[in-house]
Design a protein around this ligand. Structure first.
Ligand code: PEP
Ligand code: MG
Length: 417
């Protein structure tokens, strides 16, 4: 048995330059590290991110979470079998004992949980993606690349948070990357020609000073065409609205600054879907607006409707959404729930009920590429990890390219519904 011999944590920085926690787990001289990411448009039911809330680092330092790893967690998982992820995670969950991991902090717990998963693979001498429940016939996920940033990830006034492309006709992951590359480079030229800024937002997509959703969509349509692809066939446009951010007293300001009813908002979506051949929409409505979600799904059966803040990678909320017929896909963010075991439970349940599973980064992320391995190791058919820009985003795509090469298969893309 390979036992945990030491656990240490330290403060490092994420892609927004904010402090975050890195934990390192040891079996003798061998160790693995994991860095916890952090969201900006968060759901209120997410697991708790422990920060110090004192003046230093604008309240964002994580020294309390580090103390919890070094002084509390480390003692409890010492001598435990590194390959028994479920046991270690259950110890962490029990040790915290709260519904949203408020005592120890989900950031302290998750960084340890992921480091354990990584170290187990290292000691078994298998690639990390082979250390999940899928054991053969691995597929590569389709990238959902966020190429124009808005909402709280940019300061341009765009209502919708993420304008993404998905290269549906790609037969291999490298082909998917090459399609996205062309579209992004052409988009850059088009934005430049309009005398707009090509500076990027938190997830590496361009953040030009435009404040109208349709202007952004037209720029993308143009760049798809200029790259020689057909929108809606070769490539689809996908959105993350982050509806929580645009909600006030039963109304939404999705399509303009004006707050309008759910019915009018749905009609606005239906027009956009038709005009721009949109294939996927994430968080079109707020996290507690269950009926708005099911009304929308009834009217847009061909759409991939993705719950992010709605589900927060939480099994109870996913079950509620399933009964309510709220969506047909789920975004998976390990730090919304706090352990690898609970993340896998949610993915397995989602796959059982026929939901698409999309593994996702956070807007504050790092060089850690765990989610690339998770996507392949669970046969999730999509990954959302920003644009082909900013190293914390590109690192995840580069890791998938390495995995693709290891798998030595030509047609190994996951199936899209
Ligand atoms: C998202 O909303 O899907 C996202 C990745 O952003 P954040 O990490 O800010 O929640
Ligand atoms: Mg989202």
């Amino acid at each position: 048995m390979s036992k945990v011999t030491k656990v240490i944590a330290r403060q490092v920085f994420d892609s927004r330059g904010f402090p975050t926690i890195e934990s390192e787990v040891f079996c003798g001289k061998i160790s693995s590290k994991a860095i916890c990411p952090s969201g900006a448009s968060t759901g209120s039911f997410e697991a708790y991110e422990k920060r110090d809330n004192n003046k230093k680092y604008l309240g964002k330092s994580v020294f309390k979470a580090i103390y919890n790893v070094n002084k509390i967690i480390s003692k409890k998982i010492l001598n435990k079998d590194i390959h028994n992820q479920e046991l270690i995670d259950s110890i962490l969950i029990k040790l915290d004992g709260t519904k949203h991991k408020t005592k120890l902090g989900a950031n302290s717990i998750l960084s340890v949980s992921i480091a354990v998963k990584k170290l187990s693979a290292k000691i078994k001498n298998v690639p990390l993606y082979k250390n999940f429940y899928i054991k053969k016939n691995f597929n590569l996920p389709y990238p959902l690349m966020n190429i124009i940033n808005g909402g709280v990830h940019a300061n341009n006034g765009l209502r919708i948070q993420e304008f993404m492309i998905r290269p549906d006709k790609a037969r291999t992951f490298s082909e998917a990357m090459s399609i996205c590359f062309s579209i992004i480079q052409n988009l850059k030229k088009i934005i430049k020609d309009r005398k707009l800024s090509t500076a990027v937002g938190d997830e590496g997509g361009f953040a030009p000073m435009i404040n109208n959703n349709e202007v952004a969509l037209n720029l993308i349509v143009k760049s798809i065409k200029k790259s020689g692809f057909v929108n809606g066939k070769d490539v689809s446009i996908c959105l993350d609205v982050a509806g929580n951010e645009l909600y006030k007293k039963g109304k939404y300001s999705i399509h303009s600054k004006d707050y309008i009813s759910i019915k009018k908002s749905i009609n606005g979506y239906l027009k956009l879907i038709k005009k721009y051949k949109i294939k996927s929409i994430e968080d079109p409505f707020a996290e507690n607006d269950w009926n708005a979600w099911s009304d929308f799904l009834k009217k847009s059966q061909d759409l991939q409707l993705v719950g992010d803040d709605l589900y927060v990678t939480n099994l109870q909320r996913l079950k509620k959404g399933f009964l309510n017929k709220s969506s047909n896909a789920i975004l998976i963010k390990p730090n919304q729930i706090g352990t690898v075991t609970e993340t896998l439970e949610v993915i397995k349940f989602a796959q059982k009920i026929g939901y698409q599973t999309i593994i996702s980064h956070r807007s504050g992320d790092s060089e850690d590429t765990f989610i690339s391995e998770l996507a392949v190791g669970t046969n999730s058919n999509q990954i959302k990890t920003g644009s082909l820009c900013r190293s914390e985003r590109v690192a995840k795509y580069n890791q998938l390219l390495r995995i693709e090469q290891q798998l030595l298969k030509k047609n190994n893309m996951a199936k899209l519904k």
